[in-house]
Design a protein around this ligand. Structure first.
Ligand SMILES: N[C@@H](CCC(=O)N[C@@H](CS)C(=O)NCC(=O)O)C(=O)O
Length: 245
């Protein structure tokens, strides 16, 4: 039976972190919300799972994954589940917790990236919080991106197995998510990250290497890879971007 990925149609969003793992592994999966209602798919089918009164453990928000009857929520948790099944987790069990810790740290950055354009309230329009967004985005650029990226660069440098992968000596879902995080930040804040490769050479090399992996390269060229856009977490609003201090 196919795995079912549930995520909002029309944007990469947090679903993209799961999608990249499924695509790298060549997994058989259905993108439920992007399907047709006539086939029992579409956003309605996704909402039905979330609102179901029969579902033993309904998810709060997308992304979530269905594997048979099992419904798994939270991006990092989905990847923790999929990693070993898709051969994208460290083979050493203890390192699976290291991978999960890194994935949760990536999730923290993702939330902070979202909050640059929605610093006051998720339910308000960006246009109603533009001034606060500028303050938040500039702090993100000057302080938070460097703090997180220096940390991730150091994780690569200090990996006892070498600086090619975030954890261990082979590709894991964390590397794919790091690619997506960097890709999203480069899209949202091109001025701030103009010298990304100079400041974070190992992370830049990882980003380039993931992009060239055959299954990822094919996916990025496909219609399944939606373009970055302003409905997403990583939004390019030129007024929020600036050269890093
Ligand atoms: N911590 C969750 C966050 C999930 C989340 O915030 N999903 C967004 C879309 S990216 C959503 O639909 N949220 C609805 C809400 O918070 O009301 C994860 O990492 O998966």
């Amino acid at each position: 039976m196919s795995l079912e990925l549930y995520y909002w149609d029309g944007l990469q969003g947090r679903g993209e972190f799961v999608r990249l793992a499924l695509e790298e592994a060549g997994a058989d999966y259905v993108e439920v919300a992007r399907g047709n209602a006539s086939e029992g798919l579409g956003t309605g089918a996704m909402m039905a799972v979330m609102k179901s009164k029969d579902e033993p453990y309904p998810p709060f928000a997308p992304p979530f994954l269905k594997d048979g009857d099992l419904v798994i929520s939270q991006t990092a948790n989905i990847l923790f589940y999929l990693g070993p099944r898709l051969n994208l987790a460290p083979s050493v069990e203890s390192l699976r917790y290291v991978a999960n810790g890194l994935q949760l740290t990536i999730a923290d950055v993702v939330t902070e990236a979202h909050d640059t354009h929605h610093p006051l309230a998720s339910n308000l329009y960006y246009e109603d919080q533009k001034d606060a967004a500028k303050v938040r985005a500039h702090d993100f650029i000057d302080n938070r991106i460097p703090k997180f990226m220096k940390y991730f660069e150091r994780v690569l440098k200090q990996n006892p197995a070498g600086d090619t992968f975030m954890v261990g000596d082979s590709l894991t879902y964390v590397d794919l998510s790091m690619f997506q995080l960097i890709d999203g930040l480069l899209y949202a804040f091109p001025r701030a990250l103009k010298r990304f490769g100079e400041h974070y050479p190992r992370l830049a090399a990882l980003h380039a290497a993931v992009k060239e992996r055959p299954n990822i390269a094919a996916y990025l060229q496909s219609e399944r890879r939606l373009a970055h856009n302003e409905a997403c977490i990583f939004r390019h609003y030129p007024e929020l971007d600036k050269a890093a201090a």
